[in-house]
Design a protein around this ligand. Structure first.
Ligand SMILES: *[C@@H]1O[C@H](CO)[C@@H](O)[C@H](O)[C@H]1NC(C)=O
Ligand SMILES: *[C@@H]1O[C@H](CO)[C@@H](O)[C@H](O)[C@H]1NC(C)=O
Ligand SMILES: *[C@@H]1O[C@H](CO)[C@@H](O)[C@H](O)[C@H]1NC(C)=O
Ligand SMILES: *[C@@H]1O[C@H](CO)[C@@H](O)[C@H](O)[C@H]1NC(C)=O
Ligand SMILES: *[C@@H]1O[C@H](CO)[C@@H](O)[C@H](O)[C@H]1NC(C)=O
Ligand SMILES: *[C@@H]1O[C@H](CO)[C@@H](O)[C@H](O)[C@H]1NC(C)=O
Ligand SMILES: *[C@@H]1O[C@H](CO)[C@@H](O)[C@H](O)[C@H]1NC(C)=O
Ligand SMILES: *[C@@H]1O[C@H](CO)[C@@H](O)[C@H](O)[C@H]1NC(C)=O
Length: 792
């Protein structure tokens, strides 16, 4: 039987003549048999082949692969039944009477089908680009393999919306593995390790906000495409060009079993594949790669090396993804544990307790009190000049690098002495886990010259990398930004931005029982999250917004990152519920503190400067231009050290998204703090926040509430008349006091304690008065305010 079929031959199914199939579909109809190695479909250009591919002994998957090389290890680009191979006898791929492409195992079991239906003639064609298409004779496409990618994208193939690429389990096991390339809730393309309870993102670096990694969350089309010249683009604005960009080569984008996303290229069928781009340059930063209770370290020869922690032994020598298991039982008795230092090691994520500025003893106590605490990370945070403590009940994503300045204290039983020397427990990784820059075949076949070329390539790439690192470093130095990515990453991960379920928040707030504030469109409750962090949960009352709009806004707010802005940890959107989860501020609001008169002059000055910085960031520095519109002492919160953070920014957007044209038609804000523009219906600009800021400052200095005027003006402008009172009162004092140097001292609240620098106070009063000018163009911008206040 001649069944070496090329796609130029059409497999016509004459469904009008069912008798043709009734006898045996394998002879009369279209059918490929697993038993005949020549039963394959070739693309017209000969580059691709579709057929049965042996994935194990007597185990076959219907697959598409590159025709060359015809070696045992084919370059497979697609598989139909990767998780359920079929028998090597009597298994077939055929088209049935109803228009379905069906894979049958041992003539009995339907393993896989395209779930299509048609009553007309069908053709199965393998296109030149590697796309296997089932279509009707008239051209209607019923099904195509490009719509169902596995772990590979070919040039021109668009990753369908909401599809993901999933790596294979290992180099030889093609079933679905732990790594995936996908779009997250915010339309950002990511790589994640999905082999534990919690999926763990590792690309782009999880501690970076989207805009810091150059991603955009606004485009919901969620597509990804690599072109024939080597240009990759995704709808979140991530693009790259391969190192060999511009030449027409054979290419494939693949998520490898080791969790790295790579583009492979080759000149022609006669050549070997090489890597022309990869997502992660440090193999140990790929999560989950060595399994739990082990550490990954860089190895100059094999790329990386996994080793068990002291006291642990490897679970499965041939598959390190199982990690290591303890050789001991931890006793709950606190007196029977000791801690062993392992330096330069980080276990990323899954912190049980995160404690800032903790002593070593405190940290150790917390761990000891918890039966299943396996140890703790104790890192020095240079930027805050303190030690932070992270206790762990799981030890995952461990990696060791001399560049990491932090230490792990591993909990071990007291009596037993496990070797402190890690080398003893080192097991070099199985081949499966080694990071190989090149396809295996490349090295094996043309060892001498090619290895040399690739060594040079590696040096060149290394050189470029060092250069890039240097550039990044110098950028960081110039802008004076955070210096240590490791440390930064650690904290941000500990307080990562995420989605909460309603029931989770209900539990955390104990059924919304402890109210700690009101306003800004909702009630705020105190909560204790499952990881013991204390949080403030705001329940929005007026949230009748659709889910996607809410998510878009929340993602904008969530990306704002400034020391003087309240940090948002997450959100919840479920049916009608819209909740926001923020960090909890120990010292409450500025309003409360002014009332109880707890702040001295130097704290007040620092608060003035901090709020100005926060607003300046909102107005001028962050990507999205944001007006607060409700600056008042209730929205300024103070942390343990009385550093101010602005709350409720972005809420005006969250609640009234639809009225964009008349976006500020409704008067917002709070009486006493509102700029004249609101009352006179003038265009609203960032100067409304400047005005409110000025009022808050005057209130802080004088101790007088702006809405408590001396005299009430009449009519519609009543409150406007009142609030002019505080301002006019200060202005009058200023004019009268021109000859007296201490007019500023005269307006300062006599009840406030602490020393002050009269020059500073004069500046603050002067700046505040400028901020409350009726004419908005006469008011300074927030960055000018920061500049003036910083001078002292
Ligand atoms: C195929 O891959 C396996 C596993 O890496 C390897 O042991 C074998 O030698 C390869 N075979 C060929 C022909 O390259
Ligand atoms: C491949 O991996 C899967 C999932 O871990 C496993 O169930 C299967 O037995 C493996 N197959 C082979 C041939 O090792
Ligand atoms: C979204 O991304 C796609 C593909 O990258 C692009 O074609 C489209 O124009 C983008 N849409 C918007 C609104 O930017
Ligand atoms: C996308 O990237 C381009 C070029 O880097 C940039 O000009 C543009 O502003 C970005 N778009 C978004 C939405 O970030
Ligand atoms: C180790 O892993 C391999 C590959 O997944 C598997 O075939 C084998 O059964 C495992 N051995 C043990 C002891 O779990
Ligand atoms: C740990 O506890 C289990 C069950 O209690 C016991 O079977 C095992 O021998 C213990 N292992 C060690 C190392 O003591
Ligand atoms: C631990 O040791 C302390 C002092 O050595 C002792 O007071 C305490 O009772 C011990 N705790 C337990 C659970 O044995
Ligand atoms: C850390 O805590 C100590 C006392 O517990 C305090 O003196 C120190 O100022 C704190 N440091 C920071 C950076 O908060």
């Amino acid at each position: 039987m001649e069944l070496r079929v090329s796609s130029t031959l059409f497999f016509l199914l004459l469904l009008a003549f069912p008798f043709q199939f009734s006898s045996s579909s394998s002879t009369k109809g279209f059918s490929l048999s697993v038993e005949n190695p020549d039963d394959v479909i070739l693309s017209p250009n000969g580059i691709f082949t579709a057929g049965f591919y042996a994935v194990g002994e007597n185990a076959y998957c219907f697959s598409i692969w590159f025709t060359e090389p015809k070696a045992q290890n084919l370059t497979v680009v697609w598989m139909a039944n990767l998780n359920q191979p079929v028998n090597g006898r009597l298994s077939t791929l055929s088209i049935d009477e109803t228009g379905n492409l069906i894979l049958t195992d041992a003539r009995q079991f339907k393993i896989w089908t395209t779930d299509t239906s048609s009553s007309s003639l069908l053709k199965l064609v393998l296109n030149n680009n590697g796309n296997l298409v089932l279509h009707e004779k008239q051209g209607t496409v019923l099904w195509q393999s490009f719509d169902h990618p596995i772990n590979t994208l070919l040039p021109g193939q668009v990753l369908p919306k909401d599809a993901s690429l999933v790596s294979s389990r290992s180099e030889t096991n093609h079933s679905s593995g732990f790594y995936k390339l996908f779009f997250d809730d915010f339309n950002v393309l990511r790589l994640a390790f999905d082999g534990q309870d919690v999926p763990s993102n590792y690309w782009p670096d999880p501690w970076l906000k989207n805009f810091e990694s150059g991603r955009s969350s606004y485009n919901g089309s969620r597509n990804v495409v690599l072109d024939a010249l080597g240009y990759f683009s995704s709808s979140d604005n991530f693009t790259f060009k391969t190192s060999d960009y511009g030449r027409v080569l054979q290419r494939r984008l693949m998520i490898d079993y080791d969790g790295n996303l790579r583009v492979y290229s080759r000149e022609s069928a006669a050549d070997y594949w090489y890597v022309s781009w990869q997502a992660k340059s440090e193999p140990c930063k790929i999560h989950g790669i060595c399994g739990p209770n082990s550490m990954c370290s860089n190895d100059p020869y094999s790329g990386r090396k996994c080793s068990c922690l002291p006291g642990y032994k490897v679970k499965n020598e041939s598959d390190w993804s199982y990690g290591c298991e303890a050789k001991f039982n931890i006793s709950c008795n606190m007196n029977e544990s000791r801690f062993q230092l392992i330096s330069h090691v980080e276990f990323y994520g899954t912190d049980f307790v995160y404690l800032q500025n903790s002593t070593f003893k405190q940290c150790q106590e917390i761990c000891l009190q918890l039966c299943n605490c396996k140890g703790f990370q104790y890192n020095f945070r240079k930027e805050f000049n303190r030690y932070d403590c992270y206790t762990k009940t799981m030890l995952v994503n461990g990696y060791q690098s001399p560049d990491f300045f932090g230490a792990m204290f591993l909990r071990l039983p007291k009596g037993d002495s496990f070797s402190g020397d890690l080398k003893e427990s080192v097991n070099s990784c199985h081949n499966n886990v080694n990071s190989v820059m090149l396809e295996r075949g490349y090295i094996e076949r043309r060892e001498n010259t090619l290895v040399k070329i690739f060594l040079w390539l590696a040096y060149a790439i290394g050189g470029i990398e060092i250069f890039c690192l240097f550039m990044v470093w110098s950028c960081l130095m110039i802008t004076g930004k955070k210096s240590s990515v490791n440390e930064q990453g650690y904290q941000l991960n500990a307080i990562g931005f995420r989605r909460f379920s309603y029931s989770e928040l209900k539990k955390a707030t104990n059924g919304f029982c402890e109210e700690i504030g009101r306003g800004g469109g909702g009630i705020v409750y105190k909560a204790v999250l499952s990881d013991n962090r204390v949080a403030a949960v705001k329940r929005l009352s007026e949230a009748n917004q659709g889910e996607s709009e809410f998510l878009a806004e929340v993602s904008i707010i969530g990306r704002l990152n400034h020391m003087n802005l309240i940090e948002m940890w997450g959100y919840c959107v479920e049916r009608k519920h819209r909740l926001l989860v923020y960090e909890y501020m120990e010292n409450g609001s500025l309003a409360q503190n002014l009332m109880s008169n707890t702040l001295n002059w130097s704290e007040r000055y620092n608060i003035a400067l901090g709020i100005a910085r926060g607003l300046s960031y909102l107005h001028e520095e962050c990507l999205e231009w944001i007006l607060h519109c409700d600056v008042k002492p209730h929205n300024i919160l103070l942390d343990l050290n009385y550093h101010p953070k602005i709350a409720d920014f972005g809420l005006s957007k969250l609640q009234n998204r639809n009225d964009i044209n008349s976006s500020f038609s409704r008067v917002r804000g709070t009486r006493g703090y509102m700029a004249p523009e609101w009352i006179f219906n003038l265009p609203i600009t960032s100067k409304v926040d400047v005005y409110s800021y000025g009022i808050v400052m005057l209130e802080m200095i004088t101790g007088k509430n702006p809405s408590m005027g001396i005299q009430v003006a009449d009519g519609a402008e009543a409150h406007q008349g009142r609030l002019r009172r505080l301002v006019t009162w200060v202005r009058e004092k200023k004019i009268k006091g021109l000859e007296m140097t201490s007019w500023v001292e005269e307006i300062m609240d006599p009840l406030v304690e602490g020393d002050y620098d009269i020059k500073k106070m004069e500046t603050l009063v002067k700046v505040s008065l400028e901020c409350v000018q009726e004419e908005k163009s006469a008011r300074p911008t927030m960055s000018q305010v920061v500049e003036m206040l910083q001078r002292y």
